[in-house]
Design a protein around this ligand. Structure first.
Ligand code: TXA
Ligand code: MG
Length: 348
């Protein structure tokens, strides 16, 4: 029998400062326990970032590799000063425009941040979320909050409280339910620790938007390619990620070519992940990511679609490639990882 350490509670939460669920979450966090909380991107598995023993529990509960650092969440800009050794002008500018919101900045760390949070790096990743429940929890707890996505390591990130329950039931004392996440994919991660700002993970704040503020922005090769050797700027990017149990293969090309290809692939447990427009004449049983030209909608649906394929007991999934522009880059980045970088290019 599985050893269940906790009788995990699932409580609806509002942003009211006296909401009893928020107060309970804050109390557990101050006691060094973990709580899953909603954010506008995905649900986070929260711990007091200044308590190394609490942070260690995150790695245990998720089965997360120790060398993958965590994001520290704050609720007001002043809280950043104790966490970093300097605040570059570029960081102030980005914060003014995109905080609170789905942007994480990597900055030189201060000595107050425990090594277990940064995986021993000399930088720390910081984000100010906009979700009212996340903000209420951070404020009520009175400490910065370390929080990776609240999934088991390797699984699709959770965008509902039910997803958190699937992965963490029995492993943590409390999950706050704040409804479905509005963005649906994790925050954009940009490093400001080097000379040139560098995009480490694409998200709802797009490279185009960042360039408008920063001018120059390098895009880390790990955003689109598999990095097998040498150091990786963002350790999280080297792991297999977001995977349903099924084998996922991405297919690129126009729908008529995809349709011919999928017709030949019919078989037990073979599914397609397509766009709304394709559903009607798709030769395989299919789930839609959303409209082809609406990557924001696709981002909202992506992780629950991957979990749904598990529920359908899909064994093999052919997934149409999202566009790589704007927010499409974030969807593409997650899907190509779910596919373990296997892509078939189809033309006429
Ligand atoms: O939207 C989000 O960012 C969500 C919510 C809960 O806020 N959190 C999240 O955390 O996605 P996580 O742990 O799943 O992803 C953190 C990413 C990883 O790719 C990690 O390698 C990178 O940020 N990261 C964290 N600290 C870093 C650092 N000091 N330098 C470079 N990359 C860092
Ligand atoms: Mg994650």
């Amino acid at each position: 029998m599985m050893d269940k350490k906790y009788n995990t509670q699932l409580l609806p939460a509002s942003a009211h400062p006296k909401d009893p669920a928020v107060e309970q979450a804050a109390k557990l966090l101050r006691q060094g326990e973990l709580v899953a909380i909603p954010t506008e991107t995905v649900y986070g598995l929260a711990a007091n970032a200044l308590d190394p023993d609490a942070v260690k529990k995150i790695f245990l509960a998720k089965g997360r590799p120790q060398d993958n650092p965590l994001i520290v969440h704050i609720s007001s800009f002043e809280e950043i000063t104790q966490l970093v050794s300097q605040i570059p002008d570029k960081a102030r500018k980005l914060a003014e425009i995109f905080w609170p919101g789905p942007l994480t900045m990597v900055l030189p760390r201060s000595s107050l941040v425990p090594d277990v949070v940064t995986a021993g790096l000399d930088t720390v990743a910081i984000r100010m979320p906009s979700h009212p429940v996340a903000r209420a929890v951070i404020q009520a707890s009175g400490v910065p909050i370390a929080a990776p996505s609240a999934n088991l390591s390797g699984k699709p990130s959770p965008t509902t409280a039910r997803h958190c329950m699937e992965d963490l039931n029995g492993k943590i004392p409390l999950i706050l339910d704040g409804g479905s996440c509005q963005v649906g994919v994790e925050s954009t991660v940009v490093s400001l620790a080097g000379d040139i700002p560098r995009l480490l993970r694409p998200g709802a704040v797009t490279p185009e938007q960042l360039r408008e503020v920063l001018g120059l922005l390098a895009v880390d090769p790990a955003v689109l390619e598999k990095i097998t050797e040498g150091p990786v700027a963002s350790p999280g990017m080297k792991y297999m990620h977001y995977s349903p149990k099924a084998t996922v293969i991405m297919i690129t090309g126009p729908w008529f070519a995809c349709k011919d290809f999928l017709t030949q692939k019919q078989g037990e447990g073979v599914w397609a992940l397509v766009f709304d427009e394709d559903l009607e004449d798709c030769p395989l049983p299919a789930i839609s990511l959303g409209p082809q030209n609406d990557p924001a909608k696709q981002a909202q649906n992506l992780f629950s679609a991957l979990r749904e394929l598990d529920e359908k007991q899909a064994q093999l999934v052919y997934a149409r490639a999202p566009m790589e522009e704007g927010m499409g880059l974030a969807v593409y980045n997650r899907l190509i990882r779910a596919a373990g970088f296997s892509v078939i290019h189809l033309t006429d």
